[in-house]
Design a protein. Structure first.
Length: 255
């Protein structure tokens, strides 16, 4: 019998790091009698809240109710951890994907010399610049501490294309929206539990036992995501598994 206290790493190949890993997540409560608000938009693995009408909506930083077990969206984001790229001169280097998650601004991509420790700073007069639409990264023309020809590790989220979705497979109704097709019913995972999710702030350097908070709409539009940024007072739990290139899911001790 395997040791239940040890977690295996799952190689991410053709499959995307997408939503919530229900095979490894462990939880006690997952009630399925909630109704999603008709205008709500959220992805499986995101934090959700109850609105004034007792409908499920994406959590905007306060009053997190639980993790959505299924998706209610027409477009999903997948997570990439540790893409290894070389930056030459001031040339724009293509990442593996375009249409990166920007949160309505910048600062939602992590670039570092390693997956842990300090990270470089984004900006025209800082270390690097990113074209979020085209999915490119380049050294800044002034002030960059990234050496010419240097290699960096890049963490980001990207909007899945129709081809990506087709590769992953649709649900039984050939749709992306799992919730609306089920009369807007949604199952929500409430604490306690251990959650493996891809719906976390990609710009953060996570550490074991770091406190996690619910992301806010005021912080890079991180609604629905978990983060270590403390602009929201709602504590979700602690990190017990770091995202890596082989296993990009974040492991959360959910309390």
């Amino acid at each position: 019998m395997s040791n239940p206290e040890r977690w295996e790493a799952y190689q991410i190949g053709a499959a995307r790091c997408l939503g919530i890993d229900l095979k490894r997540s462990q939880y006690v409560n997952d009630y399925g009698n909630y109704v999603a608000a008709s205008a709500a938009d959220f992805q499986a693995g995101m934090l959700v809240s109850l609105d004034a009408n007792q409908k499920i909506v994406k959590c905007t930083g306060s009053n997190p109710f639980g993790f959505a077990k299924f998706a209610k969206t027409t477009g999903r984001y997948a997570t990439v951890v540790g893409e290894y790229v070389q930056l030459n001169a001031l040339l724009a280097t293509n990442l593996a994907h375009a249409n990166l998650f920007s949160g309505g601004g910048t600062g939602t991509v992590r670039v570092g010399a390693a997956l842990t420790g300090s990270a470089y700073t984004e900006g025209a007069t800082e270390d690097y610049v990113i074209n979020y639409t085209n999915g490119t990264i380049a050294r800044s023309d002034s002030g960059s501490t990234i050496s010419d020809g240097g290699y960096v590790y890049v963490n980001y989220m990207y909007a899945m294309t129709a081809a990506d979705e087709q590769h992953e497979g649709f649900n039984f109704w050939n749709k992306l929206d799992d919730v609306t097709i089920q009369d807007s019913r949604i199952t929500v995972i409430t604490p306690p539990g251990r959650i493996f999710t891809s719906q976390y702030d990609p710009a953060v350097t996570y550490t074991i036992n770091a406190t996690l908070y619910s992301g806010s709409s005021a912080t890079d539009n991180l609604s629905g995501f978990v983060t270590t940024k403390t602009t929201s007072s709602a504590v979700i739990g602690k990190v017990f598994q770091l995202p890596t290139a082989d296993d990009p899911y974040l492991g959360i001790e959910y309390k």
